[in-house]
Design a protein around this ligand. Structure first.
Ligand SMILES: *Cc1c(COP(=O)(O)O)cnc(C)c1O
Length: 408
């Protein structure tokens, strides 16, 4: 808001570009030691060069088409729309991508970049295993060694993903230190990375971390928005009134939003998890309840304690339980270009079941948050309005958990 004055000069598409230091307004940047900053600058330079080459763009586009199965369709959810009694609800089907979610879009971009930069190993941490599987897939495809660090507790909990990563040829490091969860996996992967950052590539799994990752991952995911911006008017004769996506780190939302940034009549809505309630450690609604701070190498809204340390977070959808959020989202929130709302576990489970039983589509619990917001608002928006939801992933991974939780 302190940047409101210089904002008036910016065109909507200029909102897409961070400045030379990787800031979107006051958010983002490179809050890392000088040695690491130099490496991040190298990656930014390589990316900006490679991005302009025909060979790289063509390779990525061909993979999107023939490997991922893009473009993903837009589907009118007729029965869900009828059940909600208001706005027409459409789904952008990222759940139909190879590996079942949007993450493959940036995993391929990062793996190709690592390969073009001559890196010898790709490193990543993973919580529930979704980012790990996507990176293991992309590394198998481009032929790069891949090492995934995962907390021992998550290794035990997320067995199908662990097995997949092994089959795909990734080296899996089970982290036995600390709380043996994602936080420790990050530390462990980072420690390995710092042994040889010139030759290793640390693949970040969302639009977070130091510059250039928020910009780069956003660019890779922007294929979602570019497709949707073409598909939706071709199918319905007009633009959607609302585009909606769940927000963990914020990559699938940024991907969809970026296609509609210049369409000021199109409202951009991000949906965060309010989990079990608003107590400490009960939710992960960073933009809704957090405040600006710095962690993990960048400045953004975050959930933090008095010492500025990240607070514990929780969501029924493990892909959404992150205590910060991509800096570009923080900027869009302050400018009022995007709005952010929170949806709790109960509404999420209800949306998960409704979409399954009315449309035969089992969504990821993450994506079900976006569906839940549309279901809640459909009547208020009215039958003339249309809502396009990014269905970021499929729910196979969540099926057993939900069935047990609901006693099915
Ligand atoms: C990881 C994940 C998310 C959350 O990540 P974003 O960066 O916020 O998109 C959402 N949906 C699915 C299916 C995921 O796997």
């Amino acid at each position: 808001m302190n940047s409101a004055n210089n904002q008036t000069k910016k065109t909507p598409s200029e909102l897409m570009l961070p400045d030379a230091n990787g800031f979107f307004g006051p958010y983002g940047g490179q809050a890392v030691p000088p040695h690491l900053k130099a490496i991040m600058d190298d990656i930014a330079k390589a990316y900006l060069e490679i991005r302009e080459t025909q060979a790289y763009q063509q390779e990525l586009m061909e993979l999107y088409q023939h490997y991922v199965g893009r473009p993903s369709p837009i589907y009118f959810a007729r029965r869900l729309t009828e059940a909600c009694g208001g706005a027409k609800i459409y789904l952008k089907r990222e759940d139909l991508n190879h590996t079942g979610a949007h993450k493959i879009n940036h995993a391929l971009g990062e793996a190709l970049l690592a390969k073009h930069m001559g890196k010898t190993k790709v490193l990543a941490e993973t919580g529930a295993g979704q980012h790990g599987v996507a990176m293991a897939t992309a590394c198998a495809l481009v032929g790069l060694p891949c090492e995934i660090h995962m907390g021992a507790i998550d290794v035990a909990k997320e067995h199908p993903n662990v097995t997949k990563m092994k089959i795909l040829g990734a080296r899996l490091i089970s982290v036995e230190t600390g709380t043996r969860t994602l936080k420790d996996a990050v530390d462990s992967a980072f420690e390995e990375y710092m042994k040889d950052p010139d030759n290793f590539f640390y693949a970040i799994g969302s639009v977070v971390g130091p510059h250039p990752f928020p910009m780069m991952v956003r660019d890779f995911q922007s294929i979602i928005g570019r497709e949707a911006r073409q598909q939706f008017p071709a199918q319905t004769g007009k633009l959607p009134d609302y585009v909606v996506a769940c927000v963990g780190g914020g990559s699938n939302a940024m991907g969809l939003f970026s296609g509609f940034m210049d369409d000021e009549a199109v409202k951009l809505v991000g949906v965060e998890p309010s989990g079990r309630g608003l107590g400490k450690g009960e939710h992960a609604a960073t933009l809704t309840y957090g405040k600006p701070g710095t962690m993990h190498g960048f400045h953004s809204y975050m959930l933090q304690d008095e010492q500025g340390e990240p607070e514990p977070v929780y969501s029924i959808a493990s892909g959404l339980d992150y205590p910060s959020v991509g800096p570009h989202h923080s900027y869009l929130k302050d400018l009022g270009r995007a709005e952010y709302h929170a949806v709790d576990d109960t509404a999420c489970l209800d949306a998960f079941m409704k979409l399954s039983r009315l449309e035969g589509i089992i969504p990821a619990l993450e994506s079900a948050h976006a569906v839940a917001w549309a279901m809640q608002e459909a009547r208020r928006l009215g039958p003339d309005a249309s809502v396009l939801i990014n269905l970021s992933g499929r729910g196979d991974k969540d099926a057993d958990f939900v069935a047990e939780k609901l006693g099915l």
